[in-house]
Design a protein. Structure first.
Length: 160
């Protein structure tokens, strides 16, 4: 009978250790729709390999020369598109979930290869958007992720 208690306790501990908890919805919901109509557009404005990254902010015409259409939206603070270390394309809202302002954005730190908010000092993992340090880590505030869809014709869609 004691053995069953120990096994149940061990299972409970393992389940709790494996839980990924935190807040993903700290910033206000905002529409996201960035379309790369074909491979040629993706080759110019997309990301190809780690550590490529690019910011998309429609109101500031970033990146320069990218054609936004009427139904293009770039989230609350803009969209950060990047390739992670295993060359998976990821997209996150640029606004810091600690600061919750569309004008206070994370940036790609080329030296430490993390995403960093210069206002609160928090850092985030580029692969998961999970907090690594600072207030974000203490409070478990994650970056807002967005979906990246590749179609067989070479186009790409980033959306919520």
């Amino acid at each position: 009978m004691k053995c069953v208690k120990y096994i149940c306790a061990l299972i409970a501990v393992l389940l709790l250790m494996g839980c990924e908890y935190g807040e993903y919805d700290r910033i206000p919901p905002a529409a996201v729709r960035i379309e790369f109509g074909n491979a040629a557009v993706w080759n110019v404005y997309g990301v190809a390999a780690y550590p490529d990254h690019r910011e998309f902010i429609k109101e500031e015409n970033k990146p320069r020369g990218f054609t936004y259409i009427a139904n293009s939206y770039t989230g609350y603070g803009g969209v950060l598109l990047l390739c992670d270390p295993v060359n998976v394309v990821r997209a996150y809202d640029l606004s810091c979930p600690v600061e919750r302002s569309s004008k206070i954005r994370v940036r790609y730190d080329d030296e430490e290869l993390v995403l960093r908010c210069d206002e609160c000092g928090s850092t985030y993992d580029i692969t998961t958007g999970s907090p690594l340090s600072g207030v974000a880590s203490e409070s478990r505030y994650f970056l807002q992720p967005y979906a990246v869809y590749f179609n067989p014709m070479g186009g790409v869609l980033i959306t919520r």
